[in-house]
Design a protein around this ligand. Structure first.
Ligand SMILES: Nc1ncnc2c1ncn2[C@@H]1O[C@H](COP(=O)(O)OP(=O)(O)OP(=O)(O)O)[C@@H](O)[C@H]1O
Length: 278
């Protein structure tokens, strides 16, 4: 699905009066099937950008287009149908504690099912093989009938990714999918996600705190800072200088995240950070 943002500003309904908009005059254009990573320091507006694209929040200014249509100009029924073709995978997947993994994964198919079929599927899951195949991409097919509250944080995150894949959305919006994964798993998960999105022909927008991972897996990088688009470049053109500027207020977030090719010189890292927990 093609995505367009033209001068989009976004404000969260619960934001403090006088707080700066979460997104400010953001403009960008994505072609159908493109894969983009969104990076930037904490609070830069990465999640807000995904929420704008998912039609979860209505912009206070500017225009969004999804597949050449302005979602906010559509009748409610068509907007619902459009939302059924998008999938927003939040940082922490909402998984009811006693649910089986198979049901949790197949919940991703609900937006493309009718109401009756989706209600029935909660009790009698349909598409078990589909769920198993999606889980296998994340090396988790052996957990098909496990309860989600008996999974580790990283396993739950991978269940969330499998759910995103079975959605067969035209626009996949994935919010920081790697925070609970070790580096090897994270690399494997990114490979699986980008490969599956490519096979489905879905447009993929993924926020990542881990800059090297973004540069390694995505051809295009969008840098956000203070709610504004700081740069929008092919990964090969994202220089150490750009990254230093992007993370100037929070250099500790970049430290140990820069890939070998763009690792900051010693002198540029003001505070040696031993560990960074999110
Ligand atoms: N539900 C909310 N209500 C009010 N303000 C919010 C809400 N969510 C985010 N904000 C504000 O919007 C701005 C952008 O937040 P956002 O979550 O989009 O940033 P982010 O780059 O995704 O951050 P992080 O990397 O920490 O997840 C921040 O100033 C934040 O405080």
């Amino acid at each position: 699905m093609e995505v367009g943002l033209s001068g989009v500003s976004l404000r969260h309904p619960a934001a403090a009066r006088g707080a700066a908009p979460a997104l400010q005059e953001a403009s960008l254009q994505l072609s159908a099937g493109e894969q983009v990573a969104v990076i930037g320091p904490s609070g830069a507006g990465k999640t807000s950008l995904l929420q704008a694209m998912a039609c979860a929040l209505r912009p206070v200014a500017g225009r969004i287009s999804l597949g050449d249509r302005d979602p906010w100009a559509l009748p409610a029924r068509e907007l619902r149908a459009l939302r059924g073709r998008l999938f927003l995978a939040p940082q922490v997947p909402p998984l009811p504690p006693r649910q089986r993994v198979v049901t949790a994964v197949l919940a991703g198919t609900l937006p493309r099912m009718g109401v009756l079929r989706s209600l029935r599927s909660l009790f009698y899951p349909v598409g078990i093989a589909e769920a198993e195949a999606a889980l296998a991409r994340f090396d988790l097919d052996d957990k098909l009938f496990a309860r989600v509250d008996r999974l580790s944080g990283g396993e739950r995150q991978r269940v969330g990714l499998a759910r995103a894949l079975v959605a067969e959305a035209r626009l996949l919006l994935v919010d920081e999918p790697l925070s609970a994964l070790d580096p090897a798993r994270a690399d494997q998960a990114m490979d699986s996600l980008t490969q599956a999105a490519g096979e489905q022909g879905a447009t993929l927008v993924c926020t990542l705190h881990h800059v090297p991972m973004a540069l390694r897996h995505f051809p295009r990088i969008l840098g956000l800072q203070g709610g504004r688009v700081a740069f929008d470049l092919p990964a090969s053109q994202v220089t150490p200088e750009l990254l230093r500027t992007l993370y100037a207020q929070h250099p500790e977030e970049l430290d140990d995240r820069a890939p070998a090719s763009v690792r900051l010189p010693e002198a540029a890292v003001p505070v040696p950070v031993v560990m960074h927990c999110r």
